[in-house]
Ligand binder design. Structure first.
Ligand SMILES: [Fe+2]
Ligand SMILES: [Fe+2]
Length: 328
């Protein structure tokens, strides 16, 4: 599905804000001009001058996002051959194809910041870079497919919608297209969950069990609270919201939606504080989050191992296509 907005061309030079990125300015002056431009809501294009710290921060952010899209298809891939109907199989396959496409788009954005794709894959497979915690867990039942597409994608879209206004323009443009597709994934996931919740007693039990298992990783997914004042990604408007703001937004939209299906969430502390209008919840297990994202999750080794094997198996294709031409 293509969002026409995502196809907006890059503005020609004359239409862009007049960025004083002139080479003849001394470094400090140029840095200040960059900061003033970004803080005033200005955008940065791949070819603009940017401080190394900004380039590195955007790269780290986009690379982890790309890794997550790429690794995130593996838990779902396990269920393509086990989807209960042809329609479900088609929907799941289309979603997986979208996610791989997201990885492709994001690796291209990251490449423009100076890190070759091969180096990004090397780092991912050697465990030097990370991907989101939720993709380190196994998928045990068909209900997991519904819960992932509905709630994992929902938690992700809350963050991604806020990135459509990122100061790094190529990332912001890419997020517009990705958000359109993610919203379709959420509808697909909700449909799977609603069907199971309205099905037999064992289907209902299956979806409740999946929800109970996925809730703790979902609560960890946006990360621990951080201080807005010291977060440089926020300062430079690479992202717009803190972890806690994203978690509150996710809870505000999705807790009522889960409960209206007659399903429960496995946290006795979870409630909306009527005075502050903030959600209260049991403290997520941050030690588990740290251990999982550093490659010690229940399915981390299998997922990385699968990617290593796939890369090896497809090496000949890359060598053939990208290698030097051979005389006939
Ligand atoms: Fe995606
Ligand atoms: Fe998605």
């Amino acid at each position: 599905m293509t969002d026409p907005l995502a196809l907006d061309p890059v503005l020609p030079e004359r239409e862009r804000s007049k960025l004083p990125f002139n080479q003849d300015r001394p470094h400090d002056e140029r840095y200040q001009a960059f900061e003033a431009h970004v803080l005033a809501g200005g955008k940065i294009e791949a070819g603009d001058w940017m401080p190394d710290e900004y380039r590195t921060s955007v790269l780290r952010f986009v690379e982890m996002h790309a890794n997550s899209e790429l690794m995130g298809v593996l838990p779902e891939r396990d269920w393509i051959m086990r989807a209960p109907t042809l329609r479900r199989k088609l929907a799941l396959t289309a979603k997986i194809q979208d996610e791989v496409g997201h990885a492709q788009l994001l690796y291209r954005v990251a490449e423009d910041l100076g890190k070759p794709r091969e180096a990004m894959l090397d780092d991912l497979l050697a465990g030097r870079t990370k991907f989101h915690n939720v993709f380190h867990y196994p998928t045990r039942t068909w209900a997991d497919i519904g819960v992932i597409a509905w709630l994992v994608d929902a938690a992700a879209i809350v963050a991604q919608q806020a990135l459509r206004d990122s100061s790094y323009a190529p990332y912001a443009r890419t997020m517009k297209k990705i958000c359109w597709e993610e919203s379709v994934h959420i509808m697909h996931g909700r449909d799977v969950v609603v069907t199971l919740a309205g099905g037999t007693a064992s289907q209902r039990a299956m979806v409740q069990e999946a929800l109970d298992r996925w809730w703790p990783p979902l609560m960890q997914m946006h990360g621990p609270r951080s201080d807005r004042a010291t977060d440089r990604d926020l300062h430079w408007r690479i992202k717009a919201k803190t972890s806690e703001e994203l978690r509150q937004e996710f809870l505000g939209i999705y807790v009522p939606r889960v409960r209206e299906l007659g399903l429960s969430l496995p946290d006795p502390e979870l409630r909306l504080d009527p005075e502050t209008r903030e959600w209260r919840y049991s403290e997520p297990d941050w030690a588990e989050l740290r251990s999982v994202v550093t490659g010690h999750g229940p399915a981390s080794e299998a997922r990385i191992g699968f990617r290593i094997a796939q890369r090896e198996e497809t090496r000949w294709v890359r060598e053939t296509v990208l290698g030097p031409a051979v005389a006939a």
